[in-house]
Design a protein around this ligand. Structure first.
Ligand code: ZN
Ligand code: ZN
Length: 417
């Protein structure tokens, strides 16, 4: 008997053209986080046409489609939908020229510079293949379209809006297109993506004339001490084998040379790979900020606000092994173990909210010939556009076939019984 993955994927030729059209359409019409109205409507309509039970507007623009097909496991697959404020420079015939009005009234360009258009198109393709061959599998497939991954608040918005009242999955699956050759699939057990936390620290002083420091508490000096001492968190408090990054990316204070201001604002970003290190670094930042403010006689305690936050993405071992085995048997030499990435994701909040395991994998999106040439010349880092750059647009094929197949093969590792 044929393996269920081969049975279901025998329909790939019939869905390919529509998946490609959908990808080019989404690429041409990118939408920023929590504004993915057109994208969400396209996904919802496609799912409804296929017989899915569809809920729209979950956490703003989130969409959940449920296809119940008898007793069996429940598999949830997630795609993020949002684009980025980047001006596209790919030169493609379906390049985005979209703009939106930003909060300050300025026109902002919008581009699918992270490949979330690939994720949406592939999940629709997979949803369609599974709907077309219900004889080949048993259980429930849940297709979830998430808003606002880039700002790290889309998964949380769906959870806050009652996501966990939808069928509880046995496993949650997700994929991301990355700058590897198209056709590549890469799994990784354990730590895969870093946690990211951005903080805004407001240091309070007392303003005075620049010639009268005795009348002032200088927040510029306090902020400078904080920036220097924060450099010791990674270098002096963590083991050399524990990766972490702490970057102060912005510091603002004052308006002129002869005025001591009354406050300074520091913004910083932290990358860690596990909850223990993350907690240790965030605690150290708070301890140093408070102590330096006290040492400087700051009249008011500092404010430390979390302005963005992504959990670490740590793949559960069992589902990752199951997907890796299924990929090895379906994709052969194209199935790899992918290296750990410094990017971050909010996807893991969804399985955490349900209390279920998950696995998240990479697919390649770069033209394989172009990648091979850059690899031969040793110029991959210069010549291959990465996610979030103005030149990042995954090639249509084999990227889409790979993404549709990967989701389908992975889902059937549970549903194919
Ligand atoms: Zn991104
Ligand atoms: Zn992304």
């Amino acid at each position: 008997m044929a393996h269920p993955a081969h049975t279901v994927l025998s329909g790939l030729d019939d869905v390919r053209a529509d998946v490609e059209d959908l990808y080019r359409d989404l690429h041409r019409h990118p939408e920023l986080g929590l504004r993915e109205h057109r994208t969400a409507k396209k996904a919802a309509n496609a799912l409804r046409d296929l017989g899915y039970d569809v809920t729209e507007g979950v956490g703003g623009t989130g969409v959940i489609g449920v296809l119940a097909n008898g007793d069996g496991p429940v598999v949830m697959a997630r795609a993020d939908m949002d684009a980025l404020p980047v001006r596209e420079r790919t030169g493609l015939p379906y390049a985005s020229t979209a703009t939106v009005t930003g909060e300050d009234g300025d026109e902002q360009p919008v581009m699918h510079a992270c490949g979330h258009d690939v994720h949406v198109a592939c999940l629709i393709g997979c949803a369609r293949l599974l709907a077309g061959r219900r004889d080949a599998w048993r259980g429930t497939f849940v297709a979830l379209f998430q808003p606002s991954e880039e700002q790290g608040n889309g998964a949380e918005a769906m959870i806050d809006d009652g996501l966990t009242t939808s069928p509880r999955p046995d496993v949650v699956l997700a994929q991301h297109v990355l700058p590897y050759p198209a056709g590549y699939v890469g799994t990784r057990p354990g730590s895969f993506l870093s946690a990211a936390d951005s903080l805004r620290v407001t240091v309070h002083g007392r303003g005075a004339h620049g010639s009268m420091p005795q009348a002032a508490v200088d927040p510029v000096v306090a902020a400078a001490m904080i920036v220097v001492r924060l450099q010791t968190v990674v270098s002096r408090e963590l083991a050399a084998t524990t990766p972490a990054v702490l970057t102060v990316g912005s510091i603002h204070a004052g308006s002129g040379p002869n005025v001591i201001p009354d406050r300074a604002v520091i913004e910083l970003n932290v990358r860690t790979y596990d909850d223990a290190t993350r907690g240790q670094v965030l605690d150290a930042i708070e301890r140093i900020v408070r102590a330096e403010c006290e040492a400087s006689r700051s009249p008011v305690p500092p404010e430390i606000e979390r302005i963005a936050s992504f959990p670490p993405t740590v793949n559960d071992e069992e589902p990752t092994r199951r997907v890796a085995d299924a990929f090895a048997s379906y994709f052969g030499d194209d199935a790899h173990t992918v290296e750990r990435q410094t990017a971050s994701e909010d996807m893991s909040e969804i399985p955490r909210a349900f209390g279920v395991p998950f696995t998240y994998w990479a697919i390649g999106g770069i033209d394989p010939g172009r990648y091979a040439e850059a690899a031969r010349n040793g110029t991959v880092s210069e010549d291959i556009p990465v996610n979030h750059s103005a030149g990042f647009a995954p090639v249509v094929q084999p990227t889409l076939d790979t993404g549709v197949s990967a989701l389908t093969v992975a889902a059937l590792a549970w549903l194919g019984g």
